[in-house]
Design a protein around this ligand. Structure first.
Ligand code: UDP
Length: 250
């Protein structure tokens, strides 16, 4: 099994293709191994750089997937290339597909009440045999242990958590301490997309890797968050200079 990790500003990404990710994750579900899966984009990496607790939390993940072209570019710049970008939304769809095929129990948690209900409805349409054992919106007290116990009792094999970071990773960590099985993944705004509330960028935009530009144009209020990307790339170039300098010293 390929367990190679590529470090981007200290965050260890798994160097796996989408298919390799899904294969390993399915195996873990089959073996009822608890799994903490993070999909990290440059914004998350930059946040972790500033927040030690979140950084330590990410190190506890079993898998970290490179969500976004920014991570792939950074890895290339640092001369430790990553195989491919593995968007969280696509991992989620792949895991739902596998769950339907291998009779896994799925739980959806997060987003607004009507959004999660619609996301579940759409998932049932896409995969009629999918066993969705329950769902809940994401606006409750995330430190409430009762919620965790109730969901853990349903023994989902796959639990999709859509609270946005860092909330979802914090909650998943608590959840997995109580649950006796389950693959938990933080899927950010994916229920908004699956429900049809927000549209994913058109294919051509995705292929050109300019989803960030598309989102910025559609939702100008997000521009502050978008600034994380140039700041991230500047940080990566600094790392590269450092790497080169230490190499020359040797
Ligand atoms: N969300 C949630 N509970 C919260 C905050 C956010 O369920 O306490 C949901 C929100 O409805 C959305 C998703 O988390 O579906 C991502 O939210 P947002 O875009 O604000 O988070 P970001 O991706 O910006 O971290």
């Amino acid at each position: 099994m390929n367990n190679e990790k590529i470090s981007i500003l200290g965050i260890p990404f798994n160097n796996l293709t989408r298919v390799e990710f899904l294969t390993q994750l399915l195996m873990r579900m089959e073996n009822q191994q608890k799994t903490f899966l993070v999909t990290a984009n440059p914004e998350i990496v930059m946040y972790a750089k500033e927040d030690d607790r979140y950084f330590d939390l990410l190190l506890k993940a079993d898998y970290i997937a490179p969500d976004g072209i920014g991570i792939v570019r950074a890895a290339k710049t640092l001369k430790t290339p990553i195989k491919e970008r593995v968007p969280g939304f696509e991992l989620m769809l792949g895991l739902l597909e596998l769950s339907s095929e291998y009779n896994k129990r799925v739980y959806f948690i997060g987003a607004q009440e009507e959004v999660v209900a619609k996301a579940v409805e759409n998932a049932r349409k896409l995969w009629p045999g999918l066993e969705i054992v329950g769902y809940h919106h994401g606006y409750f007290d995330h430190s409430d242990p009762k919620m965790i116990e109730q969901i853990a009792e349903l023994k989902p094999d796959l639990i999709l958590v859509a609270f946005g970071f860092p909330r979802q990773e914090n909650w998943i960590h608590q959840y997995l301490q109580v649950a006796d099985r389950g693959l938990a993944i933080g899927v950010g705004g994916s229920f908004d997309v699956l429900s049809g509330k927000s549209k994913r960028a058109p294919k051509i935009v995705q292929q050109l890797h300019i989803e960030w530009l598309y989102r910025l144009l559609k939702q100008p209020s997000r521009y502050k968050r978008m600034l994380a990307l140039p700041v991230f790339m500047r940080e990566i170039r600094k790392q590269r200079r450092l790497k080169r300098a230490t190499k020359n010293e040797k």
